[in-house]
Structures are given as C-alpha cells and as structure tokens.
Design a protein around this ligand. Structure first.
Ligand SMILES: [Zn+2]
Length: 198
C-alpha cells in the first residue's frame, strides 16, 4: 500500500533504527509498502523510517536507473559487468568501504527538490538479509553502492545534509524551511510535522 513519505524535520528521520526481529508480523507488509511507495514516487531507494517505521529495512532499485542512463554515460556510474539491482535489505551492516571516493549528485524523497553533490566510497561490502531472510554478504560498486550508503544513512538517522559543508547547509535555510512547511510541491503523498493546536 502506498504510504505518505516523511519529509525533512520529522523526528523519525533523525533517529537510528534498530534491527527488525525476523519474526516481526509487520515485515511482509512493510516491504510491500516500501516498494509501492517508492514506485509511486518514482524513486530509486527508500528506507523504513521514511514511511514512519523505525526498523532497519530499505530497498534499492539501481536497475531502472541503469536503464534510464544513456549508454555513453553508464561507465561513470556502473562497472562494466554491473547492470544494477532491485533488492530488499534487512538489518544491513556495512563491513568495508574502499578508499576510492567519488562525487555525484544525490536527491532524497524526504528532501524534495534538493539535489546536491555528495562524496562516497566507490566500493562497499555489506551483510544483510534479503526478503526471504537469507543471509547475504556482497560487494557493490558505483551507483548501487552510493544508493545503499544513502539508505544506510537513513537507518542511522542521517540525512544527506550531513554530508554538506556547514556553509552549504546555511545556504539551504530557506529551501529547508519551505520543505518542512509543505511549500515544495511533490507528486506523492507526504507526512509533515503536525502543528500543535492549543
Ligand atoms: Zn533519502
């Protein structure tokens, strides 16, 4: 089911998420909701806290991004044998990161209309459970690694703003204010902070 996406200034986006118990009754529906919500918002990654659930679960679709990038540019984002993935990550743990760093533009469904350069490792190794709760230990590179690191940040309560220099963060003051006040128009349902009524 499509859920509203929590946007900037919601407290749940700034809290680290615990691992989800394997037998959690909400897990199956949570995964379905994440895919429905991400596809509806035309995103390529989404984490559970972004739909209001504080558990370590996120999804990635770097396969459709691969297909949408012109063949002449793919080498900037993908290794030659990589065509992207569609995968669910449960209780993921970052095991290794490469010293090779690259910079690329990132956006976030919780920070609509904001796109900024972020530097991240090119290659990572992580362990996680897939949606069948099978333990995986894999290496990912390029854009797929970037997307996983972005979602892992969400699981740790970190937004991409944290990767910007303090000066750049200050420059965003008015933009962030309009996001949290719902002034930025989006094509998907969002959840803003409820105003307290006396
Ligand atoms: Zn995000």
């Amino acid at each position: 089911m499509i859920q509203p996406i929590y946007v900037y200034d919601q407290q749940i986006l700034e809290q680290p998420c615990p691992d989800v118990p394997h037998n959690s009754p909400i897990l199956t529906n949570l995964i379905i909701d994440l895919w429905d919500t991400m596809r509806n918002a035309q995103g390529c990654g989404l984490s559970a806290p972004q739909i209001g659930v504080s558990y370590s679960v996120f999804i990635i679709d770097s396969k459709s991004v691969f297909q949408s990038i012109g063949t002449a540019f793919r080498h900037k984002y993908y290794e030659p044998d990589d065509k992207g993935i569609t995968e669910t990550f449960i209780n993921a743990k970052l095991l290794q990161t490469s010293s090779e760093i690259w910079t690329a533009k990132e956006g976030c469904l919780s920070l609509p209309s904001l796109v900024r350069d972020v530097s991240r490792p090119w290659k990572i190794k992580i362990s996680y459970l897939n949606q069948n709760l099978e333990k995986q230990e894999c290496e990912f590179t390029g854009l797929t690694a970037r997307m996983i690191l972005h979602e892992l940040d969400h699981i740790n309560g970190v937004l991409l703003l944290a990767h910007l220099l303090p000066f750049s963060q200050k420059m965003l003051y008015f933009k962030l204010k309009s996001i949290k006040n719902g002034k930025v128009k989006v094509t998907y349902p969002t959840m803003k902070k409820q105003k307290l009524v006396a």
